[in-house]
Design a protein around this ligand. Structure first.
Ligand SMILES: Nc1ncnc2c1ncn2[C@@H]1O[C@H](COP(=O)(O)OP(=O)(O)OP(=O)(O)O)[C@@H](O)[C@H]1O
Length: 358
């Protein structure tokens, strides 16, 4: 098997609508997904995630570029011969076939004998928590159970890569969480390479070894969730990841200037120059308490508590600084010492500043 290499793949669509012609271009994409890796393509609706997935699957012809797995060039290999399996948002099971026949169908196409394929199908159904459901028909299953069958059907033929397009987005939140856990468990057990498409950043962050952030047909940045969150390469990635406290300004002569927060100016170590954005992650902002010892290059702000919300084990304070609201993560202990309307000081260490270009 080996790594999945997407080599300068591109695709251009032209379509007409009410006499105007539009074009969507998937710009050349270069990406290697390691064998056994869980990789997500994350981006807003219409950015080209499904197009890229279909190019990898061989369901769409590429205008340019190649798909390799290990040393095998798959570019001209038809979809059904690539040994890739797909799971979609709404997986179409054959309604007139039992669950186990649905799961065994791919093996039947590969001319695997009846006994062996039914044994394998039942075994895979047990892995997805559906032991004993084999003789039911798809319409006798819930939406979540149907997705489990789709997963079993995808995995039974031992695919090189599992391609998944928003597979859980039609499920309710608690079922979605359950399916995520199941998928992770199965992926670790079978060590299958997964290429997963989602527009849900929480989902991508939770599941993935690495994530590729896409926008308007381009792959903006690839990395681990933590690296993307702490060090987005540009403002688009930061905005799409929902980062808070993004401040427009500029750097010149080693100093950052912004009109935000009542006017900011301080020395920076960054090599950036010109217009840029400063990102202050809520977790790196600290409330200044009486005994705190500030580093000499820490940057201090003064403001007024505008709101205080409990958020999964910590508090999130909104602090008004001039015309701006700043999000600041606050421990439970600190939250007990402040109230809405209080004047507060908070600071950030210079090393925790992150600057990006547009
Ligand atoms: N067969 C096609 N012909 C013309 N345009 C297409 C075709 N398929 C997709 N598009 C356009 O290409 C763009 C990318 O679509 P794609 O489905 O890849 O996006 P996506 O990121 O998966 O979006 P979503 O999350 O909404 O599914 C969209 O503007 C879409 O309208």
């Amino acid at each position: 098997m080996g790594d999945l290499h997407i080599v300068n793949i591109e695709k251009h669509y032209t379509y007409s609508h009410q006499k105007s012609e539009s074009v969507f271009s998937l710009q050349p994409i270069q990406l290697t997904i390691h064998e056994g890796e869980f990789f997500s393509l994350l981006g807003p609706s219409g950015c080209g995630k499904t197009t890229l997935l279909k190019l990898v699957a061989g369901l769409l012809p590429a205008d340019n570029g190649e798909i390799w797995i290990g040393d095998n060039n798959l570019t001209t290999v038809p979809s059904e011969a690539r040994k890739f399996a797909m799971v979609f948002q709404q997986s179409l099971l054959f309604p007139h076939m039992t669950v186990e026949d649905n799961v065994a169908f791919g093996l039947k196409m590969q001319k695997v004998g009846k006994k062996i394929r039914l044994d394998q199908a039942r075994n895979m159904l047990a892995h997805v928590g559906l032991a004993g459901y084999g003789s039911r028909f798809p319409n006798e299953l819930s939406g979540g159970q149907q997705q489990r069958v789709a997963l079993a059907r995808a995995l039974v033929a031992n695919p090189h890569v599992l391609l998944m397009d928003e597979p859980f987005s039609a499920l309710d939140p608690s079922l979605r969480e359950e399916m995520r856990e199941l998928l992770l468990q199965i992926q670790q057990q079978f060590r299958v390479t997964v290429l997963f498409v989602t527009h849900d950043r929480e989902e991508a962050f939770y599941l993935s070894d690495r994530i590729g952030v896409m926008s308007e047909g381009t792959l903006l940045q690839v990395g681990k969730a933590k690296d993307l969150y702490e060090h987005p390469e540009n403002a688009k990635v930061a905005l799409f990841l929902g980062l808070k406290n993004i401040i427009e300004g500029k750097i010149s002569d080693g100093r950052f200037y912004s009109t935000a927060y009542n006017g900011i100016e301080f020395s920076v170590n960054s090599t950036e120059v010109g217009p840029c954005f400063l990102i202050l992650r809520p977790e790196v902002l600290q409330l200044a308490t009486k005994n705190i010892h500030l580093a000499s290059d820490a940057i201090q702000f003064t403001g007024k508590v505008d709101g205080l919300r409990f958020n999964h084990g910590f508090y999130s304070a909104t602090i008004q600084v001039g015309d701006y609201l700043v999000d600041c993560a606050v421990s439970s202990q600190q939250a007990d010492t402040i109230a809405v309307g209080d004047a507060v000081e908070f600071f950030v260490n210079n090393e925790d500043l992150w600057f990006v270009k547009e």
